[in-house]
Design a protein around this ligand. Structure first.
Ligand code: CP
Ligand code: NVA
Length: 328
């Protein structure tokens, strides 16, 4: 069956996307279903063992990873699949084999592919040549698997997501983009505080605002972290310098100096507010030790939830059973 790139970008309630490349490709219903499935998998891990017996998950990581790599591998094993970690320097793709050829070959041998790479456009082109599901394990522009674990963690800690206020403080990067898209799908009010020049992508914000208008949510951009944190149910941050941006480190350290999540900033949030970070964290840069190790922090639950959300994504895409009915 020829692959159709459009299926990755246009979600319909009756026709869930074949791939998971961006959060915005999902409908609000499909996004909520994945969170619900993840929570059920966490509550009843035994019910999903061997749900995809003998399946194969290929993983390619062009950038370093701890959480994403291990969660995909562990999730595949939980489901009865065999994970294949393919080092890019050992693949022919590293010697110039066109990605679209690799896509077609892997489609004949495995059931799903998770790829962490640089270019979102490159990932989408690769997926358009695959006849099996492709999962975005992080690109320069998006980190959709992270956003699922983030919202799952908020929901399991403070309850339903709609109407909640989510503050993002720091760089308008890949993690911020997926978080904004997810918050819009879930009907949350996301307020993003960045220094000038580090705002999230204009087109992503505009599309998220359009989506939020249909879910009762909103997307606001501010300059002052206090304006974001005030009254927030959750405060989120990420590193100032993402993978691949190391040459900009000194300039970024200057630009982000006031964008630190401190206990004082957390005290502006609502009582019971949670602190989240995708990790890895740089204590003393974007977050103070007293916050990440303090009463607000849910970062270890958030990291664990990568496992359950990865498992739900693989299961839903490979089986087509987004409600999780078939393995019960
Ligand atoms: N949060 C996250 O994606 O972590 P890794 O880079 O360790 O996978
Ligand atoms: N924004 C960070 C996220 C790491 C999980 C990066 O891309 O390096």
């Amino acid at each position: 069956m020829p692959a159709d790139a459009d299926s990755a970008t246009h979600a319909a309630e009756s026709d869930p996307p074949r791939h998971y490349l961006t959060v915005s490709a999902l409908s609000p219903e499909d996004f909520a279903r994945l969170i619900s499935l993840s929570r059920r998998m966490k509550e009843e891990p035994g019910a999903w063992r061997q749900a995809i017996p003998g399946g194969r998950l290929a993983m390619i990581f062009d950038k370093p990873s701890t959480r994403t790599r291990v969660s995909f591998e562990a999730a595949a094993v939980n489901l009865g699949m065999h994970p294949l970690m393919l080092r890019p320097d050992e693949l022919q793709i590293g010697r110039g084999e066109p990605p679209q050829d690799t896509a077609r070959v892997l489609s004949r041998m495995v059931d799903a592919i998770a790829w962490r790479t640089y270019s979102q456009a490159g990932l989408e082109s690769f997926a358009s040549h695959c006849t099996i599901p492709v999962i975005n394990a992080l690109t320069d522009e998006h980190h959709p698997c992270q956003a699922l674990a983030d919202l799952m963690t908020i929901e399991e800690t403070i309850g339903s997501l709609a109407g909640r206020r989510l503050a993002y403080v720091g760089d308008g990067n890949n993690v911020a983009h997926s978080l904004i898209e997810a918050a819009a799908l879930a009907g949350m009010h996301v307020v993003v505080a960045t220094p000038e020049g580090y705002e999230p992508d204009t087109a992503i914000v505009a599309a998220a605002r359009e989506r939020a208008a249909t879910t009762g949510g909103s997307v606001e951009l501010v300059r002052d972290p206090a304006d974001a944190a005030r009254g927030a149910d959750a405060v989120y941050t990420d590193v100032w310098t993402s993978m691949g941006e190391e040459k900009e480190r000194a300039a970024r350290e200057q630009a982000f100096r006031g964008y630190v999540v401190t206990p004082a900033l957390m005290s502006l949030a609502r009582p019971g507010a949670v602190f989240l970070h995708c990790l890895p964290a740089h204590r003393g840069e974007e977050v103070e030790e007293a916050v990440i190790e303090g009463p607000w922090s849910r970062v270890w639950d958030e990291a664990e939830n990568r496992l359950w959300t990865e498992q739900a994504v693989i299961y839903a895409l490979v089986t087509g059973d987004w409600r999780g009915d078939q393995s019960r």
